[in-house]
Each structure stands twice: as structure tokens, then as C-alpha cells.
Design a protein around this ligand. Structure first.
Ligand SMILES: Cc1cc2nc3c(=O)[nH]c(=O)nc-3n(C[C@H](O)[C@H](O)[C@H](O)COP(=O)(O)O)c2cc1C
Length: 250
């Protein structure tokens, strides 16, 4: 830009975006009587398509599920996984995954981990390569999350509410889900995106304040948590911030 004074921030557009960002609220039960038309699903996945990704590899696939029987089968897996976790005494506050089967917008997210080779890796089986591969895996997961988040925001912009579900469990659950959707074994089903009109009014959950996450020039140790702090947070706070209104967190 030749004239340095020519840049004008587009505040109206920022505030329009923030309205969507702030009001994307996780919803775990949807109205069955208000369907999501195909056009809206395409609009949501159009947003996913434009996401950034490491090496521009775009290692994602979205499978739109419309068959109520398949939705139910997938919900069954999640309910079974939640029961399994409860039996193992994982103590993770579990929502009611039956809500999945009634979600009008139902999109399964698959990642192609073979694209690790598109990132800086040696592929020689060495110890060093293991470190590069671990980093490559983080690049890949961040890429798919960037795309998925774009889709979530697009759904929220349309006025729907969303549910991001990762509680798939281990390889055996994936192995059961893949054939239901014709997903090749090389791909990993990593999460499910549900959206629709909420059955109950959604609520805003607790978010950290800006000073709690923003550090200028140096990490602010006031934001540092020890493992003991984190364990205490998990014990005393996690269940409240997952399910309660931010105004009710003590
Ligand atoms: C990566 C990721 C994984 C999540 N996995 C699940 C999940 O498996 N089940 C679930 O009910 N919610 C899941 N959520 C939703 C979170 O619980 C929710 O985003 C969080 O409580 C904050 O609430 P908010 O989305 O309304 O801001 C997930 C969210 C993200 C971003």
C-alpha cells in the first residue's frame, strides 16, 4: 500500500463477525421439526472449504448424514462409549449423546493422516523422524480444526446452533463407524458436527477474560497454572463451566 494512511479497519465487518463468534453456543438437543435444507449444509461446508491448512494440504472430508437409521446407529456408538467411560471411572461429565440422533444437520468429519507426509518429516523411521511426525500430526489436526471451525461459524451465522463432538473413542469405534458411511480404512473419523435449531434456549458458557489469555512480549506468569492447579480446576470447576451459565460459576 503506497499511502500508509489509506488503511481503514472495517469495524462494521469485525462487529458482525464477533456477533457470530460470541453467539456460537454449544447446543446438545435440537428441534426435529425444523430441518436444515441441503442448501444450508452446502453453505456451511463452503466455509469449511476455504480454511487454511498446513502446506495447503486440506486433509479433510465431510460426510453429510441424512438417513435417520444411520444417525441412530452413530448415536448408539456414542452412548455406548459414554457408558464405557463411566465404567472405567473416567469421571468426565458426559452429556446425553442420544441428542445426536435428532440433529437435523449431521456432518461427520474425517481426516487423512497420510498427509503427514506433506509436512516436514523424514520418513526414515528414525527417532528424530518420530519428533517431526508428532509435530506433523499437530499441524494436521490444527488444519482440520480450522476448517471445522469455519463450518461451525457459518452454521452459527445462519442462525443455527452447533455441537462439536469428539467423544468417538478409540480405533474400535472408528472401525465400526467407517462401514456405516463407506469411509475407507485409511481415513480417520475424528469428530462430528451437529447443527440445527436448539430445543431449549442456548446459554453462554464461562470464557477466560482477555488478560487471562493475552500476554504482551513475555508470558505473564499470572496466567501460568501448575499441574496441581489444573487438577484442582478439573475437580472443582470443569463440570460447572461445561454445563452451566457463566453467571452461575462461583
Ligand atoms: C475440539 C472440541 C471437542 C469437543 N468435544 C465434545 C464432545 O465430545 N462432546 C460434547 O458434548 N461437547 C464437545 N465439545 C464442546 C465443548 O464442550 C464446548 O465447546 C465447551 O463446553 C464450551 O462451550 P461453548 O461451545 O458453548 O463455548 C467439544 C469442543 C471442541 C472445540
Amino acid at each position: 500500500m503506497d499511502d500508509v494512511t489509506a488503511f481503514k479497519p472495517n469495524l462494521a465487518r469485525y462487529h458482525a463477525l464477533m456477533d457470530v463468534v460470541r453467539n456460537r453456543l454449544t447446543t446438545r438437543a435440537f428441534r426435529q421439526d425444523i430441518p436444515v435444507p441441503r442448501e444450508h449444509i452446502e453453505m456451511v461446508l463452503e466455509a469449511a472449504r476455504h480454511a487454511p491448512s498446513g502446506a495447503n494440504a486440506q486433509p479433510w472430508h465431510y460426510i453429510v448424514v441424512t438417513d435417520p437409521a444411520v444417525k441412530k446407529q452413530i448415536a448408539d456408538y456414542f452412548v455406548a462409549e459414554a457408558t464405557k467411560r463411566a465404567k472405567m471411572k473416567m469421571k468426565f461429565p458426559t452429556p446425553n449423546y442420544r441428542g445426536l440422533e435428532n440433529a437435523p444437520g449431521f456432518v461427520v468429519v474425517a481426516a487423512d493422516f497420510r498427509f503427514l507426509r506433506a509436512f516436514p518429516v523424514l520418513l526414515d523411521g528414525s527417532e528424530l523422524d518420530k519428533l517431526y511426525q508428532a509435530n506433523a500430526e499437530r499441524i494436521l489436526l490444527q488444519s482440520v480444526a480450522a476448517s471445522t471451525m469455519s463450518a461451525h461459524l457459518a452454521a452459527a451465522a445462519l442462525g443455527y446452533q452447533v455441537w462439536w463432538v469428539t467423544a468417538i473413542g478409540q480405533d474400535d469405534a472408528q472401525a465400526s463407524l467407517r462401514p456405516l458411511l463407506g469411509v475407507p480404512d485409511d481415513l480417520a473419523i475424528i469428530d462430528i458436527m451437529l447443527f440445527g435449531v436448539p430445543a431449549k434456549p442456548p446459554y453462554k458458557r464461562w470464557k477466560k477474560t482477555l488478560p487471562q489469555i493475552m500476554n504482551w512480549d513475555r508470558f505473564d506468569m499470572a496466567n501460568y497454572m501448575t499441574v496441581e492447579d489444573i487438577d484442582a480446576w478439573v475437580r472443582e470447576t470443569r463440570h460447572k463451566v461445561m454445563y452451566r451459565d457463566e453467571t452461575k460459576v462461583d
